[in-house]
Design a protein around this ligand. Structure first.
Ligand code: FAD
Length: 492
């Protein structure tokens, strides 16, 4: 059954170890670096748990009949995909798309893996059973999993087993009666400090010799030996929520995860030292497209937020009536519409596989993945352009409004004809947090890389696109003339 935000918070007290600013933090819910994000995740749970959202955001668990989050739904039709997308959208709106790895993301991967557990069964029925049981556990207890599926940037010129230590990259070091032991590091576990489980696997195919890294396991974030090395948190450095409304509430954190001889019981092992299954889980199950469809619903929400900001700011500055400004807004809107349109096309052109599972259409899904590393920076650039220097003439902090002399000057010189200075500054500081703050910079990097390095994503697009369709048009035209073809109208 869906859980409440309170229930989510209670489970965080599990002895987790988050390394940040020279400190080992266990109580993330009350630490200034993480408390705002914990609040946002708690609101995420409250949202789906609320009676008024139940119809859109939940469906009855096939096991218990209780309402469970729709991100876990295994889609079997275009209608199912549309219902999932509506739920994901409502969820994404809570953070205007800024919680990239909210609980819906990896839930979508598990739905895709569970839908085609036969892929995991290739290594033995037990792995598929573990996977399905774990999926049901996440679904029916409404738990939050994140993943770390890329090795750390130690030396990318060599595979795992050729590094100075073959267990620098997270991998299996041994097996016991009860399970396996895992050591090494993996990047980048976004949201790990806030989640219940971190899934460790590898999205890149592992070469012969790197079998220890050809795994998929789920590890409780609080398990002994798990260390979460958080990057610099942006919430704790903020002067106020007013000054940094996004950094203070939606910094989901990213982390290098270090596994120090972590024990993983067999029931949490889904792939073990199997290079073929480890690779197939991303391509022969709908996990990757379902997870990325979710990520793109979120991206569309975030892009719309950026367009909304641009429109509001152009209005506030009195520029909205200028045709070039309208043109710029139109271009932003067109860019967002490309993403929304491709999302709709993923549903309309879904592929139903031989097990009756509906996959969001791959071409359209990979098209967004390919373009997003350019579309997001482009939309940010257009927003920046429309804001001009207004973003920089802002008062140093909200404290200036508490000083009568400063407040009077701000009211006179920063407020607009129909707007108080507080409202204008509030709007522009919101934009700055998306464009110019350290949080904003991280989001730029996130949209460029969360789905993999752009040069690789483009190659994957090459792999799924139907070039024959295009080539046949060329063949058609080439077939219509030859060396001896007379010019049209020439006397024959
Ligand atoms: C904010 C953020 C959050 C993330 N969250 C997660 C997460 O939750 N879970 C997770 O598993 N991962 C996450 N990632 C990691 C992400 O998956 C990786 O960043 C991504 O896979 C790219 O790998 P990399 O960063 O090592 O880049 P690299 O593969 O090292 O590539 C970096 C750049 O080097 C150049 N380059 C490298 N190799 C070549 C080559 N052969 N030919 C040409 N150019 C090359 C390209 O310019 C490329 O863009 C996140 C990343 C970011 C930035």
């Amino acid at each position: 059954m869906t859980r409440s935000g309170k229930e989510y918070r209670e489970r965080l007290a599990d002895g987790r170890r988050v390394m940040v600013n020279g400190e080992v933090v266990s109580d993330v819910a009350s630490h200034p670096a993480f408390a705002g994000a914990v609040d946002s995740v708690a609101r995420h749970y409250d949202r789906a748990h609320a009676a008024e959202n139940r119809d859109v955001m939940t469906y009855p668990s096939p096991a218990t009949g209780e309402p469970v989050n729709r991100s876990f739904l295994i889609p079997r039709s275009a209608d199912d995909l549309a219902l999932r997308a509506a739920a994901l959208r409502r969820s994404a709106e809570l953070s205007v798309g800024l919680l990239g790895r909210n609980p819906d993301h990896v839930a979508s991967f598990f739905a895709g893996w569970a839908a085609r557990s036969d892929v995991f069964a290739r290594a033995g029925a037990g792995y598929a059973e573990n996977l399905v049981r774990f999926y049901e556990h996440l679904r029916d207890e409404d738990l939050y999993a994140v993943y770390a599926i890329v090795p750390p940037q130690v030396d990318r010129s060599k595979p795992a087993h050729q590094q100075s230590d073959p267990h620098l990259y997270a991998g299996v070091t041994g097996e016991t009666d009860g399970g396996v032991r895992i050591s090494g590091a993996q990047m980048l576990a976004t949201g790990a400090a806030l989640a219940d489980y971190v899934v460790v696997s590898n999205i890149a195919p592992q070469p012969p010799g790197s079998e220890d890294q050809a795994i998929n396991v789920a590890i409780p974030v609080g398990a002994p030996g798990v260390k979460i090395y958080s990057r610099r948190p942006y919430a704790s450095g903020a002067t106020s929520v007013f000054d940094y409304p996004l950094s203070t509430r939606f910094d989901e954190t990213d982390a290098l995860i270090v596994l120090d001889d972590v024990f993983v019981p067999w029931e949490h092992v889904f792939v073990l030292r199997d290079r073929a299954v480890c690779a197939a889980q991303w391509t022969e199950t709908p996990a990757h497209v379902l997870g990325n469809h979710q990520a793109q619903v979120r991206l569309a929400t975030k892009l719309e937020f950026a367009v909304g900001l641009a429109h509001r700011i152009a209005e506030a500055t009195g520029n909205l009536a200028a045709p070039p400004v309208r043109g710029a807004l139109g271009e932003m809107a067109a860019t967002v519409s490309v993403v929304s349109g491709l999302l709709a096309a993923q549903i309309q052109n879904r592929e139903i596989d031989d097990e009756g599972i509906a996959w969001p259409a791959r071409e359209e899904c990979f098209a967004v993945m390919t373009l997003q590393s350019e579309l997001y920076p482009r939309v940010l650039h257009m927003l920046r352009d429309l804001c001009g220097g207004g973003l920089i003439q802002l008062p140093s902090s909200s404290a200036d409004f508490a000083h009568p002399e400063m407040a009077a000057d701000l009211e006179r010189y920063v407020g607009g004809p129909d707007e108080t200075a507080v409202d204008r500054v509030k709007l522009l500081k919101l934009a700055w947090d998306l464009i110019g703050s350290e949080f904003g910079g991280r989001h730029h990097q996130y949209e460029m890389f969360y789905v993999g390095a752009p040069f690789l994503v483009k190659q994957r697009m090459y792999g799924v696109y139907d070039f024959d369709r295009c080539r046949s048009l060329v063949d058609q035209v080439l077939g219509e003339y030859g060396l001896d073809t007379p010019l049209p109208g020439a006397a024959g």
